[in-house]
Design a protein around this ligand. Structure first.
Ligand code: M6R
Length: 610
């Protein structure tokens, strides 16, 4: 969703710093962009519709030496993506400038109120009211005016604000949208996420809900909603800038697919029972007793993370024999779920900032459940608010289509299932040791899948012009069919559906003909033969079939037009392997179709509004 960058420096390069920071936030998705910089006694604002290269071109013609500024990438919610709706927005005097991420739910009421007071609006956005509200409360102290203005808002916001009469300060405020302060060398930065500031500093302060921050070049003051000073501590981010850059790959998505062996081994590091380190218990925020009494697990997530949650249902039920419900967070929060004190609610989220998942987590906490966050971003809202956390160590995921974060989540969820099984006595020591061996072998097995990327590319070339795809699987690979379909549709814009193979006869088979390729997950499991039968039923209706099968499985040859070979692993770990060729297939099809793989249309990396 929208991205915010702000800087206050001792030089004259604010426009360059802002543009660079915005480029690092491109992955969040946007349709217009702009910056505002203090230039002499005035604030100059430059805004463009479209990609950042348009803004860059506009800036190239201008000479704007400046030490202070704000930048923004906008993903339209209220008002079309036009230049007037692009941020930054100003108050009527033109001296106060704001950028905003989020949605102001009471903006109509506030707009009416301000219009009655004589304010003229120049945009259709909900965000512009913030500039006018700050102006209403401004009596010489910008940070205080921002704080008072936010008290009138309902909804979600991360705000950056500056004032032409105060070149020495920037102000940030947040509620339900992430905002971090970067503590640089004789400079301060403000950003929606840490990737935007990584080339200038790794030291950041994550703002909490209701806080307002006043930044000068060398100081940071934070107050709460009531204006009381808040102590802050800086976090040092372990990610390097190169981890957030493409490193020679044509797209972030491909780079991230290839990083998966490392992601799996990093996520396992020190957490296997026989590692002799702390295992996962220390991270979970629950005592051994509390874990032993978990009677039901609820998993809440969105999109790809929901698919990981769905795989976890099979893992936890089979390994620990604890019943698991899996909900879309957006459904969970409104369906009045039955929750009990022995329930564990697990929020799975790469970003840790997905609005629906945060709301569902808060609801579970309010109901008295123990909560656990499985996140990739340290310091994110879910990481901070859940009682415990099991971090995935995937590093920054930039491609909008999630790949390495997914395999990181699956790995963490296996660890959770094992820990629950250990605690309730369902997992024997011998079996536990076997799991450690199987998990340690995974990175090498993923490597093998990646070595076959050229074979997947060749298969992809045959299907580039398909209009529709079906992905089918059963058991623990049914969610992988869903994930394969989601990957393909989001980056190639080909219509794709995932189905449990056994459901084909109940409707979807009516769609099958020679124009409908089917991708079938046929790796070894107790349902493999059943999937093979389902594939045969589709083939006799002229379907072209791509099969994902285990090396050496001769039985699949007759039913497949194309085969994506993968090494054989335990059925419960097969999702981590089987998803890899599906990610590659989607990637190559999308690339051949000339799609914008890393930033698909209409999508945002982090969905911070409901
Ligand atoms: O950051 P989260 O894991 O909470 O994000 C959830 C979804 O928005 C995300 O997985 C989305 O579906 C991706 N585009 C999938 O590739």
């Amino acid at each position: 969703m929208c991205g915010i960058v702000g800087c206050i420096t001792n030089g004259t390069e604010a426009p360059e710093i802002l543009l660079k920071g915005l480029k690092r936030l491109e992955y969040r998705g946007y349709d217009s962009a702009g910056i505002a910089v203090l230039n002499g006694a005035d604030i100059r604002t430059i805004r463009e519709v479209g990609k950042l290269c348009q803004l860059e071109t506009a800036l190239a013609d201008l000479d704007l030496p400046s030490a202070v500024g704000l930048g923004h990438t906008r993903w339209a919610t209220h008002g079309r993506p036009t230049e007037v709706n692009a941020h930054p927005h100003r108050d009527a005097s033109g001296k106060i400038v704001v950028v905003h991420n989020g949605i102001i739910e009471n903006f109509r009421q506030l707009r009416d109120e301000l219009e009655k007071e004589g304010v003229t609006f120049t945009s259709e956005t909900d965000s512009e009211i913030i500039a006018h509200l700050i102006a209403r409360f401004y009596e010489g102290d910008l940070a205080e005016a921002v704080r008072l203005a936010t008290r009138r808002l309902r909804g979600a916001w991360a705000i950056g604000a500056m004032h032409a009469d105060h070149p020495e300060i920037l102000v940030g405020a947040r509620k339900d949208c992430p905002l971090v302060v970067g503590l640089g060398d004789d400079e301060m930065l403000l950003a929606s996420d840490v990737t935007a500031v990584l080339d200038r500093t790794q030291k950041v302060v994550f703002l909490d809900d209701g806080q307002t921050a006043k930044l000068t070049r060398t100081s940071l003051e934070i107050v709460d909603e009531e204006g009381h000073p808040v102590d802050w501590t800086a976090t040092v981010i372990g990610w390097s800038l190169s981890q957030a850059e493409r490193g020679g790959f044509p797209h972030f998505m491909l780079k991230e697919i290839f990083e998966q062996p490392t992601v799996v081994s990093d996520t396992l590091l020190g957490r296997l029972e026989d590692d002799g380190e702390h295992g996962v218990l220390a991270d979970l925020g629950m005592s051994a007793d509390e874990l032993t009494t978990v009677g039901r697990v609820h998993i809440i997530a969105c999109g790809t993370s929901w698919h990981a949650g769905h795989v976890a249902k099979f893992l936890v039920e089979r390994i620990a024999r604890i019943p698991v419900d899996v909900d879309y967070a957006s459904e969970f929060r409104y369906r009045e779920p039955v929750l009990g004190e022995h329930d564990l609610v697990v929020a799975v989220s790469q970003s840790g900032e997905t609005a629906d998942t945060i709301a569902a987590l808060r609801m579970a906490k309010a109901a008295g459940c123990r909560t656990l966050g499985i996140c990739n971003v340290i310091g994110s809202t879910i990481h901070r608010e859940a009682d415990g956390s099991l971090m995935t160590h995937a590093g920054p995921e930039i491609g909008v289509a999630s790949t390495k974060a997914f395999t990181g989540q699956l790995t963490a969820l296996v660890l959770l299932a094992l820990e629950l099984g250990r605690m309730n006595g369902r997992l024997s020591q011998e079996e536990d040791a076997r799991w450690s061996d199987r998990l340690r072998a995974l990175p090498g097995q993923i490597e093998l899948c990646l070595k076959r990327a050229d074979d997947v590319h060749e298969v992809a070339l045959k299907y580039v012009s398909a209009q529709d795809f079906l992905f089918i699987g059963r058991g623990i690979n049914y969610p992988i069919a869903l994930e394969g379909a989601l990957k393909l549709k989001e980056i190639s814009y080909i219509h794709a559906e995932g189905y449990p193979a056994g459901e084909m006869k109940h409707g979807p088979i009516a769609l099958v003909d020679s124009r409908m390729p089917i991708v079938a997950l046929c790796t070894h499991s107790n349902v493999r033969e059943k999937v093979i039968t389902n594939v045969e039923e589709a083939r006799v209706r002229d379907a072209r079939v791509i099969v994902v099968a285990n090396d050496g499985d001769d039985e699949v040859q007759p039913i497949a037009d194309d085969i994506l070979w993968v090494p054989r692993v335990d059925d419960l770990l097969s999702p981590i392997i089987n998803v890899v060729p599906l990610q590659l297939l989607s990637y190559f099809i999308a690339r051949e179709r000339g799609a914008d793989v890393d930033q698909p249309r209409n999508l945002a990396k982090s969905v911070t509004v409901e």
